[in-house]
Design a protein around this ligand. Structure first.
Ligand code: ATP
Ligand code: FE
Length: 412
């Protein structure tokens, strides 16, 4: 099977072609960080415009590369060679999601004109499910359901029990902001250049600082659940930044702490990072231990979403792995020979492991969408496709699953 994936739910335009053996035939991502950097967040109208400017060209380029052919041949080749077009239909920014959906509709129309072949089916994918499934593509390992997921991205922060494709339960979510949002906000408050993403910039600055310089409280420590909160931490950090600015007194009101005193800024960055990640760690550990008693079939933990790219978080989870006798997989492991050369061989099941996808697949990408399409196609065959794409629309709010009853969670 060959699947094209299209992702436009937020500020990355991404397209990829993946086959059912887990080989990535081609991929492309256009990021918009520099467009939104000066606005303090993603501006939906600008994001839509930027998606629209590149999407058709990206699709064409990725298809040409996947089929190693010229633009003249690409539509006929794709009509015959592609089994499915998978598109992120939600959740996300409605006007952005629609750009990807419309582009897919145009593509399918074009493929119909180019060939009499029935052409690919259309598969709707859920953005968060794609984040959760992409670790199953790498390393030749395909951790089996059920597994635990810590999803830490720009818009989400949650612990999920993945029971099966399309069957997720929410163990915990955030009561206010997501962790990625907190990283972005603090990066901006400190005065970092967030053109390449706030999280990575903050992580870099934090390397110069003392993580114990500031004693910000770890959120929701006493609560026996798996929820997250970052609003209080954000406020505590903002107050500390203001205090430091006052202390090192600058006459220029617009000066940032980074300009006024780099060391103080680095200390705050490192302390914030320590506390934010410790919070993620504590709640995940709780969920994992809970699973040990209540869901013993859970044998792996996947960590996905942009914040999973953080190397301090990875190191912390290495400690957890050692503590419970599991292994941590986070190298850029190539797909194993067994998987890529013998399509009939089952991917080996990875037990008792904490798995991080390769760095560039933590943030939004087309590969995860194409792969989610592959998984559906493998499971459902042609029934994975939408019967009538003129009857469907994008879904801005689309919960990934039901919440697991809290009392069940609090038992431990
Ligand atoms: P969602 O998937 O919830 O819709 P999104 O797709 O926009 O959100 P991602 O692309 O998965 O989010 O992740 C982006 C977030 O990850 C940003 O908030 C960014 O700051 C954060 N991030 C990226 N790298 C790092 C890092 N090294 N440390 C901390 N945070 C990081
Ligand atoms: Fe995302």
């Amino acid at each position: 099977h060959l699947v094209l994936g299209i992702e436009t739910s937020c500020d990355d335009t991404a397209v990829a072609v993946v086959n059912s053996k887990g080989c990535i035939l081609s991929e492309a991502v256009v990021k918009q960080d520099s467009i939104h950097a000066r606005y303090g967040g993603v501006v939906p109208g600008l994001a839509r415009q930027a998606h629209e400017q590149v999407i058709d060209e990206l699709i064409e380029r990725v298809l040409c590369e996947a089929f190693t052919c010229s633009q003249n041949e690409v539509w006929a080749r794709s009509a015959n060679g592609l089994d499915a077009v998978a598109v992120t239909m939600g959740p996300g920014l409605e006007i952005c999601l629609r750009v990807g959906f419309r582009a897919a509709q145009r593509l399918l129309g074009r493929l119909k004109e180019a060939s009499s072949a029935p052409g690919p089916v259309f598969i709707s994918t859920h953005h968060l499910e794609s984040h959760c499934l992409v670790p199953r593509l790498f390393g030749g390992y395909r951790p089996s359901f059920p597994f635990l997921v810590l999803l830490v991205s720009g818009g989400h922060c949650m612990l999920l029990l993945a029971r099966d494709l399309g069957n997720f339960e929410v163990l915990g979510g955030t009561l206010d902001d997501s962790v990625g949002e907190a990283f972005d906000k603090i990066a901006r408050l400190l005065g970092l250049d967030v053109g390449g993403g706030g999280g990575p910039a903050l992580e870099r600055l934090a390397r110069e600082g003392n993580p114990n310089a500031f004693d910000f409280p770890i959120p929701l420590r006493k609560r026996p659940d798996c929820n997250f909160s970052f609003a209080g931490l954000k406020t505590a950090v903002r107050v500390a930044i203001e205090r430091e600015l006052e202390r090192y007194g600058s006459r220029d009101e617009t000066a940032t702490l980074l300009q006024v005193n780099r060391q103080a800024a680095a200390d705050i960055a490192a302390s914030f990072q320590r506390v934010a990640l410790e919070h993620l760690f504590e709640k995940t550990r709780r969920a994992l231990l809970w699973c040990r008693t209540h869901e013993p079939d859970v044998q792996s933990l996947l960590v996905s979403g942009g914040v999973a790219a953080n190397s301090v978080l990875r190191a912390r989870f290495q400690q957890l792995a050692s503590e419970i006798g599991w292994r941590l997989h986070d190298e850029e492991v190539e797909r194993t020979a067994a998987w890529s050369t013998d399509p009939g061989a089952p991917a080996c099941d990875l037990k008792q492991a904490i798995i991080f996808p390769p760095l560039r697949y933590c943030t939004d990408n087309g590969v995860m969408v194409a792969w989610a399409g592959v998984e559906r196609l493998l499971r459902l065959g042609d029934a994975a496709g939408e019967p009538d794409i003129d009857q469907i629309e994008v879904v801005a709010r689309w919960p990934i699953g039901r919440r697991l009853a809290m009392d069940k969670l609090e038992q431990r």
